[in-house]
Design a protein. Sequence first.
Length: 364
Amino acid sequence: MDNACRHDVRDISRNFQILGEFRSAMPWGSGHINDSYCALYSQAGVEVRYLVQRVNHTIFKNPVGLMQNVERVTAHLATKWADQPDASRRVLTLVPTRNGRCSFIDASGDHWRVYLFIEKARTYDVVESPGQAFQAGRAFGEFQALLADLPAPRLIDTIPDFHNTPKRFASFEIALAADVAGRARLAGPEIDFALSQKSLCKVLLEANLPARTTHNDTKFNNVLLDDQTGEGICVIDLDTVMPGLAPYDFGDLVRTTTSRASEDERDLSKVFFDFPLFESIARGYLSAAGGFITKAERQHLAVSGLLITFETGLRFLTDFLAGDAYFKVHRQGQNLDRCRTQFKLMGSMARQENSMRKLVEEIQ
Ligand SMILES: Nc1ncnc2c1ncn2[C@@H]1O[C@H](COP(=O)(O)OP(=O)(O)O)[C@@H](O)[C@H]1O
Ligand SMILES: [Mg+2]
């Protein structure tokens, strides 16, 4: 076993239809959810890389259903790209197991999958330019557009009620009433703010928007950007692809891309909404999705950033009150700090909401 790897990647990858000889493996990427490895094989004298990934089944309770979603979505996208140049860099390609399945279950019950490694492209944790923000917006818009005609049946919900903001609010109220860790007294202003925003929670769910196939984890680092052209070449991390509302995807990209401060920054003066980055995301997204989303969906793009930023802050606050049960903390009060950055960012967005609305209406 490779020392740096927490799993025996050589042994695991043996179960997949990979030709040639295993050379080495190393941990890969900065993702927090799955365990990802880059495995190097020699195939008739050429070195070929594969991305070997363990599905996190603590978070995803139905890994079999999840993999069925991934298989259907990647197959559908592949038909859209068939015969195009670079087709196999534009969609994730699953490598089947030796017995023709899309994932392998090891002796300890872990589910593993292998993708072709997309070369000459990489992800970035932080946006470096408006051009990159445009590309991420475009890539996620294109992803939704290409999946708009995914044939029935409905994909399974890999995390039920993932973006049900009223339910998130109800969980917050329960955690506040219980106050199991005795921390409510430490978060007075944040609790008051959260309570004052209750009516915002239902704004998307009550807008009669169509259910679509959405990504649901539209972070900037879930798009591979081409090294040469900078194009957003492939949307990755498909574990949460399921039926959802298009503006939630747009909103989460806005949340994670328009603030350059870290999620737990304590100096709140560093946390603000960067309007030019928003403009790039909106132009990119609408260049790909503008033709198929409805008027109502477009009208809810501006508020979606505020809503999802509020929802995220609320989840951090709920977890702070519950004694840090869900989000890992490395220091005391970290979840409250995370809540504060989200609420600060939301306030900064709210001051520019009208300009966001105007812009989104105007873009062709
Ligand atoms: N098919 C692929 N080819 C090349 N790199 C990949 C591929 N899939 C994922 N990666 C890299 O691995 C990292 C983690 O993968 P991801 O699926 O996003 O896992 P997580 O859910 O942990 O974020 C990504 O940020 C990306 O850099
Ligand atoms: Mg990821």
